[in-house]
Design a protein around this ligand. Structure first.
Ligand code: IMP
Length: 430
């Protein structure tokens, strides 16, 4: 076997860490880019020259010619959104000739989106704040073993039979639990079959394809969506997504062995944000929080919702480093912190009389936690043009070094703006 040359890009916080920019930057050096979980709940903004692209299913690598892009088996795909995304790209001259969709990836159908909406409404005061994209209900069907998979698109008669069987189950839920008329087979066929036909050529056994590329020595980038704190196992349950964004799950979600995904890079925003509900110990409901929201343009790519903002949470990050085994970190949006008198990193939580060093599993404990901060001097200079660490104000460097010390993980990249060239490289990633 050849030398393995891969990187697994994972969000270390609650998503929206700027993974799109970093994966786009690294994709230039990769031959294959693979998404391994989640679906159109993700949203990447990638700026190339004067053009801004908003991607949901497609990995950022799609914007480079000749790269192989894979939507892995761990994903849930909304065929209608995916089709729109592909059309948008084609309109702007980007043709995904080398896109492949796993025959084992699951499909999000209209009944999943309707259920996401109805279930959230039913939760009344205890909403999760999902993206309403049908992600949770599609993963539920996967685990309940009544999901439709992309491989099912390859045989229309079998597909029709499956849809009929699934709707028998789903419609009982719609009618009995939600007083909703449910969905007819004809409705589903009319809405989806023309799109299925267009997606069919992309469907492949992507595990075999990927293995072949790795054997040939290809550089592979595994692109995680959402973030560690939204992981169904390790995140702030139940305010989490329904998949595993963490690095080890790139192995399950792409169909490769664990050693292939071990070079994990944690994407870490220089502060913290969160969309949707759930506890957030370092949240700033004040002028600093607003400064961060406005300067960082912290509004959801997928839903447009304003994001909640706060100081960097070193306790949550320590957990993310441990769970993912990050070999290094990419710090994004450092420029957003310019102009503040001081900047803070939480190093522990105080909960009543006890000091917690580790992120607790129980939300009722987390809700009572207040952060213990290490305070750093702020900096005023505009750092958007910095090309090396030496170009940064000493206070910004101290902040980065302080973070490395708290987490015991080195920083390999620092991003100071949305463009590809606004990236300071401290060490090689692949
Ligand atoms: P779902 O993934 O739509 O089921 O939403 C579950 C939770 O994950 C909600 O709090 C969402 O706001 C959050 N979430 C899902 N995708 C993203 C993302 O890409 N960035 C940030 N938060 C996300």
């Amino acid at each position: 076997m050849r030398k393995i040359s891969t990187v697994t890009v994972v969000g270390s916080q609650w998503g929206d860490e700027g993974k799109g920019k970093i994966t786009d930057f690294l994709a230039e050096r990769a031959d294959v880019i693979v998404r391994y979980q989640g679906g159109p709940n993700a949203g990447h903004t990638v700026v190339v020259g004067e053009e801004t692209y908003k991607l949901h299913h497609l990995p950022s690598g799609i914007l480079y010619r000749g790269k192989i892009c894979i939507l892995g088996n761990g994903m849930v795909l909304d065929p209608l959104t995916l089709q729109t995304e592909l059309q948008e790209l084609k309109k702007r001259g980007v043709f995904p000739e080398r896109l492949f969709i796993s025959d084992r990836a699951h499909l999000i159908m209209s009944y999943h989106k309707a259920l996401d909406e109805l279930e959230e409404r039913e939760r009344k005061g205890a909403q999760i704040g999902t993206t309403r994209r049908g992600i949770g209900p599609a993963y539920v069907d996967k685990v309940f073993r009544i999901g439709l998979r992309c491989g099912d698109l390859l045989d229309e008669e079998e597909l029709k039979k499956k849809i009929r069987e699934i709707l028998l189950v789903k419609n009982r839920i719609f009618k009995n639990l939600y007083d909703h008329p449910g969905f007819s087979v004809e409705e589903i066929e009319n809405e989806y079959f023309p799109v299925f036909q267009q997606l069919r050529p992309y469907v492949k056994d992507t595990s075999v394809l990927l293995d072949g590329e790795i054997q040939k020595g290809a550089r592979v980038l595994f692109e995680g969506a959402q973030g560690t704190m939204l992981d169904i196992d390790h995140g702030t349950y139940p305010f989490v997504t329904s998949s595993n964004p963490i690095a080890s799950c790139a192995s399950t979600g792409a169909g490769v062995g664990p050693e292939i995904v071990a070079n994990a890079l944690g994407i870490t925003k220089a502060y913290t944000t969160r969309v949707g509900e759930g506890p957030f110990p370092t949240e700033l409901n004040n002028k600093v929080g607003e400064h961060i929201r406005e300067k960082g343009r912290e509004y959801g790519t997928t839903t447009g919702r304003p994001r909640r903002t706060g100081w960097l949470d070193g306790v949550a990050l320590k957990a993310a480093c441990r769970i993912n085994g990050f070999r290094s970190l990419a710090i994004t949006l450092l420029d957003v912190l310019s102009g503040l008198d001081e900047v803070c990193i939480a190093t522990a939580y105080r909960c009543g009389d006890t000091v917690l060093e580790h992120f607790p599993a129980q939300l009722h404990i987390l809700e009572k936690c207040t952060p213990v901060y290490r305070v750093f001097k702020g900096w005023q200079a505009n750092i958007a043009g910095a090309k090396t660490l030496e170009d940064l104000p000493i206070e910004a460097v101290d902040y980065l070094r302080g973070l490395e010390e708290i987490l015991q993980v080195k920083i390999s990249l620092v991003s100071v703006g949305p463009r590809r060239d606004q990236t300071i490289v401290l060490s090689d990633i692949f």
